[in-house]
Design a protein around this ligand. Structure first.
Ligand SMILES: Cc1cc2nc3c(=O)[nH]c(=O)nc-3n(C[C@H](O)[C@H](O)[C@H](O)COP(=O)(O)O)c2cc1C
Ligand SMILES: Nc1ncnc2c1ncn2[C@@H]1O[C@H](COP(=O)(O)OP(=O)(O)O)[C@@H](O)[C@H]1O
Length: 317
C-alpha cells in the first residue's frame, strides 16, 4: 500500500482512483460499508484510495481527550484499510491552518489535482472550514470538476448509528463482545515485551508485559481472554497463543501504573524484546485486590481452568 503524506495540496497524479474520504478510526463495519460501495464503483484499472486526516481533527483543534487515543492508530488503520481493498492513502497532516481550508479550495484546488473517477463518503460527512459543509455541497462542488459523489447510507445496529466514539467508550469499559462485533474482528493492540518485577514466574504465571506502541484506546482494568500473535523479524504474525490478559493496576502486588500483561497458555520460552499483538476476545472478571499472593494464585488457577474449559483446551501442565 502506498501512503502519501500531504501538507495541504496532494501531489498531482493521473492514475485513476475511486476516493473515500473520512477519519475512519477503527475501520468499523460502517466504514467497511463505504469501502464496499467504492469497490462496486471501481472499474478495471482503477484503484481504491482513501483520504484521511491525522491527528484526529478534534484532538488537533480542541485538544478533546476523547479523540487522542484511537481504535486504530495509523499503522493499524492502514493494515485494516488494505484488507478492504485500499491501495493508496492520502494522509492529510491535520493542523489548525489546514482546518481553515474552505470547501471550495478543498474541492477546486486539492481534489482537482487527482484523477478521481468517483468519491464515496458516509451519510453525515462534514468537511471544510468549521465542518459547516455537508454532502450536498460536496456533491455540488465536485460536479464543477466532473466528479460524481456517492453518499453511502449509515449502517445502523438496533436503529443506532455505529460511531467510533461509542466503540472507544466500549473498549474503555471492556465490552469486547460489542466492540468486536462492530469491528468485525477482535480488538488488537500492538506492542513489545518489556521487563517487569519478575514476580509472575514466582507465582507460577509468567506474564509478558506490553509496552504499547501507538495511541491506542486502552481497555479498562480487568482479566480478559484473548489471543497473542507473536511476530517474526519482518513484523508478520508467526504464531498465535490463547492468553489470559490482565489489564490494570495489580493492586494485590502494589503495581505501579496501568499495564497490559499476557500469560500465554502452554507457551514456554523467552519473549523479552519480541513484538506482538494482543487481541481481546472477552472479559472474564474485574481485577481484584486480594489479601495475599496465595489468594491471587488460587484465583489465577481458576481463571486458567475456566478459560481452558471454554476453549476446550486440555491442561498441559
Ligand atoms: C490471569 C491473571 C489474573 C490476574 N488477576 C489479578 C488480580 O485480580 N489482581 C491483581 O492485583 N493482579 C492480578 N494479576 C496480575 C498479577 O499480579 C501479575 O501478573 C503479577 O504480579 C506478576 O507481575 P510481573 O509481570 O511484574 O512479574 C493477574 C494476572 C493474571 C495472569
Ligand atoms: N507462558 C508464558 N507467558 C508469558 N510469558 C512467558 C511464558 N513463558 C515464559 N515467559 C517469559 O517470562 C517473562 C515474564 O516473566 P515474569 O516473571 O512475569 O517477569 P516480568 O514480568 O518481570 O517480565 C515473559 O516476558 C517471557 O519472556
Amino acid at each position: 500500500m502506498e501512503i502519501i503524506q500531504v501538507q495541504d495540496v496532494p501531489p498531482e497524479n493521473t492514475e485513476p482512483i475511486i476516493l473515500c474520504i473520512g477519519k475512519f478510526d477503527g475501520v468499523h463495519i460502517g466504514h467497511q460499508a463505504i469501502m464496499r460501495h467504492a469497490n462496486l464503483l471501481k472499474q478495471k484499472d482503477v484503484s481504491l484510495a482513501v483520504m484521511t486526516f491525522y491527528p484526529h481533527p478534534r484532538w488537533a483543534l480542541q485538544q478533546d481527550e476523547r479523540y487522542k487515543q484511537c481504535i486504530t492508530p495509523r499503522q493499524e488503520k492502514y493494515k485494516q484499510l488494505e484488507r478492504q481493498g485500499v491501495s493508496k492513502v492520502y494522509e492529510i497532516n491535520f493542523t489548525k491552518e489546514y482546518a481553515e481550508t474552505s470547501p471550495e479550495t478543498f474541492v477546486h484546488q486539492h481534489l482537482s489535482v487527482l484523477n478521481i473517477k468517483g468519491i464515496v463518503v458516509g451519510e453525515g460527512f462534514n468537511f471544510g472550514k468549521g465542518r459547516k459543509s455537508d454532502t450536498d455541497l460536496l456533491t455540488k462542488l465536485c460536479k464543477d470538476i466532473g466528479v460524481p459523489v456517492t453518499v453511502a447510507p449509515l449502517v445502523k445496529v438496533n436503529k443506532q448509528k455505529i460511531s467510533s466514539t461509542d466503540i472507544r467508550a466500549s473498549i474503555h469499559k471492556g465490552k469486547f463482545d460489542k466492540v468486536n462485533l462492530l469491528l468485525d474482528r477482535n480488538y488488537r493492540i500492538h506492542g513489545s515485551v518489556i521487563h517487569g518485577d519478575a514476580l509472575g514466574r514466582q507465582l507460577g504465571f509468567p506474564t509478558a508485559n506490553l509496552e504499547v506502541l501507538g495511541d491506542y484506546e486502552l481497555p479498562g482494568s480487568g482479566v480478559y481472554l484473548g489471543i497473542v500473535e507473536l511476530n517474526n523479524e519482518d513484523g508478520q504474525a508467526d504464531e498465535n497463543w490463547y492468553a489470559l490478559i490482565n489489564a490494570g493496576y495489580r493492586p494485590t502486588v502494589n503495581g505501579k501504573g496501568y499495564l497490559i500483561e499476557a500469560y500465554l497458555m502452554d507457551y514456554t520460552g523467552d519473549l523479552y524484546g519480541k513484538s506482538l499483538a494482543v487481541s481481546f476476545v472477552r472479559k472474564m472478571r474485574e481485577e481484584e485486590n486480594f489479601a495475599s499472593k496465595e489468594e491471587l494464585i488460587e484465583q489465577m488457577k481458576k481463571d486458567e481452568a475456566e478459560a481452558r474449559q471454554m476453549l476446550n483446551l486440555t491442561d498441559s501442565r
